[in-house]
Design a protein around this ligand. Structure first.
Ligand SMILES: *[C@@H]1O[C@H](CO)[C@@H](O)[C@H](O)[C@H]1NC(C)=O
Ligand SMILES: *[C@@H]1O[C@H](CO)[C@@H](O)[C@H](O)[C@H]1NC(C)=O
Ligand SMILES: *[C@@H]1O[C@H](CO)[C@@H](O)[C@H](O)[C@H]1NC(C)=O
Length: 330
């Protein structure tokens, strides 16, 4: 079946947003590391940044915000929106990204009802509230007041398309790949060749979505995938696919390609998404191309040649490829 609207590229590329503000290093956050290139990934860092950006009186930090008080005045409402934008749990058009904001709150162990309280709070937010600061603030308070305790540690900030583009560029550079490859990749074409396999691994590593030891980080993949609605199903399906691949003994790059690309292509993601509405059990081979769910990743109509015969042997080594690449280049 040659239905490759193949778009690991989409999962990794499908968001457009400005991230230039994130390069501001107005205060001491740890320098970006290889595994995460976003400077701001804690709640407090985003809070600090936004207080400065919006010119809010700094004493409000200690008097209110650090005490977890977020009153409904104009400055605070827009402060909350700013924090949400930086940590990417808020989008003015689409609203709260719940899988992302959830990471910042730890439910109390004895609390059985936090999800219901949060949900009814969000449901009570009238559509007539159109001001983005007010909507952001009201939505945020539902989590802040009902979901759990604020977690101040590093969390996963979903990558924007721009960041993904940079990561892809870095990976092409690191492996000395033909720059023309980038066009294919950014079109969502990831042919099964050794260079591409290593490229996929490189992107996964740099985006913080993958490690050689543990494979794809399903938590983060779910956060990264905005269109994946049913989390239980997503986890089950992705887990199944990854486990099936990891039963084989594969080289590092092949393992990355098989798990990251094959298990998270957009046809897979569509499947996860459509299963949330169709109760019927569908196997991974019967990918029905029905109408895309309302919030699905917009699909590129990119098709790649279906050359199954060109499946590379499992046993090639990263070192050999690197050698080949460098020999060719120098
Ligand atoms: C918000 O979401 C819309 C629709 O998905 C998208 O087009 C836009 O780029 C997003 N904005 C930001 C700042 O991420
Ligand atoms: C949460 O809501 C669901 C459905 O609305 C209900 O069945 C469930 O009992 C509620 N849970 C608690 C702990 O109240
Ligand atoms: C960022 O990198 C640091 C150090 O490598 C790591 O401890 C942390 O978990 C990473 N955070 C995210 C959100 O990726």
């Amino acid at each position: 079946m040659c239905s490759n609207r193949s778009a690991f590229g989409l999962l990794l590329l499908a968001w457009l947003a400005s991230v230039t503000i994130l390069s501001v290093e107005a205060y001491s956050t740890p320098p970006p590391t290889t595994s995460n290139c976003t400077a701001i990934s804690t709640f407090d860092a985003a809070l600090q940044e936004c207080v400065i950006q919006l010119g809010i009186a700094p004493e409000r930090l200690d008097q209110e915000y650090n005490l977890l008080l977020y009153p409904a005045d104009r400055d605070t409402m827009c402060l909350v929106r700013c924090i949400g934008v930086l940590l990417r749990f808020w989008n003015d058009t689409t609203g709260l990204r719940e899988a992302t904001i959830r990471q910042y709150y730890e439910p109390a162990p004895e609390d059985q009802d936090y999800q219901n309280r949060t949900r009814s709070c969000l449901a009570a937010l009238e559509p007539s509230v159109t001001d983005v600061c007010e909507r952001a603030h009201r939505s945020f308070l539902c989590y802040h007041q009902h979901y759990g305790y604020l977690r101040r540690t590093d969390r996963y900030v979903p990558k924007t398309p721009l960041e993904m583009k940079q990561i892809q560029q870095d990976c092409v550079d690191v492996y000395g790949l033909d720059p023309a490859r980038l066009n294919h990749y950014q079109d969502g074409q990831f042919p099964d060749d050794p260079e591409t396999q290593c490229f996929v691994r490189c992107v996964g590593l740099r985006a913080g979505l993958y490690t050689d030891r543990d494979g794809p980080n399903i938590d983060r993949m779910y956060i990264q995938c905005e269109s994946c609605a049913d989390e239980t199903l997503f986890r089950a399906k992705a887990g199944e696919c990854i486990a099936a691949q990891r039963r084989h003994k594969l080289s590092k790059c092949t393992a990355a390609y098989r798990t990251l690309y094959h298990c998270f292509r957009d046809d897979q993601l569509d499947l996860y998404a459509s299963l949330t509405t169709a109760a019927a059990a569908v196997t991974t081979t019967t990918t029905t191309k029905k109408s895309t769910p309302p919030n699905a990743i917009p699909a590129l109509s990119v098709r790649k040649p279906c050359d199954r015969a060109k499946l590379s042997p499992d046993a090639w080594q990263l070192e050999i490829i690197l050698e080949g690449l460098y020999n060719r280049k120098h």
